[in-house]
Design a protein around this ligand. Sequence first.
Ligand code: NAD
Length: 499
Amino acid sequence: MSAKTIQPVPILIGHEWTVPETSTTTPVHNPSTGDVIARTPMCGAEVVDRVVKNAHAAFAEWSETPHIERARVLFRYKMLLEDHFEALAALITREHGKTLVEARGDIRRGIEVVEYACSIPELMKGEVLENIARGIDCEMVKQPLGVCVGICPYNFPALVPMWMYPMAIACGNTFVLKPSEKVPLTGIRLIELLIEAGMPPGVLNVVHGGRECVDALLTHPLVRAISFVGSSPVAKYIYETGIKNGKRVQAAGGAKNYVFIMPDADIDNTVNGLTDAAFGCAGQRCMAGSTAVTIGKAADRLLGPLTERVASIKVGPTDRIPGGQLGAVISPQHRDRVLSLLANSEKEGASLALDGRAIQVPEEPGGFYLGPSIVDQVVPGMEIAREEVFGPVLNVMRFDDFETAIEMASNTAFGNGACIYTQSGKAAREFKHRAKAGMIGINVGVPAPLAYFPFAGWDYSFFGDLHLQGRESVLFFTRHKVTTSRWFSFGEGDVWHKE
Ligand code: NAD
């Protein structure tokens, strides 16, 4: 089948998967081969309106469904996800290009959110206080909002949607999922399984598209809340537009995460952790450890073993080449952007301690591959020091002392994650306390918190108040009602009070 004859992927309204009548579609590639494997329909306001209205119609029934019944759907869903685990991982690898091991992590972390959502009766409990004044009681309950929307990036085709919809629907909301137009297949499969698990029609709906579709969701009067994950400029736009239109918004953006390496760091463990943090998922992670900040003599101890280790990473279609460790990036355009950032870093005075630009993968000449690169002598102000690269590139910045380094890291725009490698409790404590980031690692890569903790970027990495995951997501997907009550008498005919 030629790329042109591939049918667009369907949207979901109720339980009906249909291909919308849109004149424009965008190709979905297998980045490992360069082949077009699907097309995403770019839906506009008319389709969005139908989808949102359908989600709204399902709200009355779903929001009144007892919590335990909603949890039962999620329990069945969890079992189905386990049954289809390997097939889902293969699908993620096919449309995203990450390795099968990484794809398994993508779906495993998503399943953990479903497991957490299964405890919804406990999570939804409110608060009661008797006798706030004599004979007066006060109670707070959490109620769902209505139609919630999830707008997703391409880099975690399973995990990011699953940060959003399991908690949203567990809380009693109905949901419209807009997967990334670059990786729509995993989202579709995830929702097919949710239907199989017993989700009633209309509770979860799927729409596809880009800016026009997103704008229609942001401004639709029946949409109550928007979860967004993607790049910072778009996150800021989503937040501002959503708020202006009266929506509740949480918008997670991009990152530039620092990995501090102190002179006393255990080098073997640091090399292992840093290699994974910088080059895992080909650097296409918001939690990528994209800048090594070496203090004092740490650079001299680190650079040799690190370069040797990273140079040995095998690049290729990791579902087929045994031992493949570094997959393709998402598109030729993205590869070109990373190449341009690397070229500019050299012009600005940095030097490539390892240059992955000319990598050849003869097994798949059409794939969008980039070898791993290490850019040394990066200084603040360089483009590569400021911009999120989102590719298999590690910057190295050298500082004489901890103070200057933490000062530099505190004066940057992003604030997602940061970590430190050291054997000093004092240095670790100082770093944990002072690092300007929402998620900290101590001798641990750049650690993404598990489902029961908030995923919490700061500054230009997050717009909004309540973060993704954990109890904060319950607060995000509910509103609170506080009732204060007082009763004056037992009423007519009541026997209790009669002697
Ligand atoms: P992106 O911002 O290009 O796209 C994200 C979503 O926004 C997509 O669904 C896309 O269709 C939509 N979109 C794109 N441009 C838009 C516009 N102008 N108006 C309205 N909607 C628009 O992001 P991406 O390239 O798919 O994903 C990579 C980015 O996501 C990186 O910056 C990465 O750091 C970030 N990310 C952040 C987190 C986090 O938790 N902070 C997690 C994963 C990814």
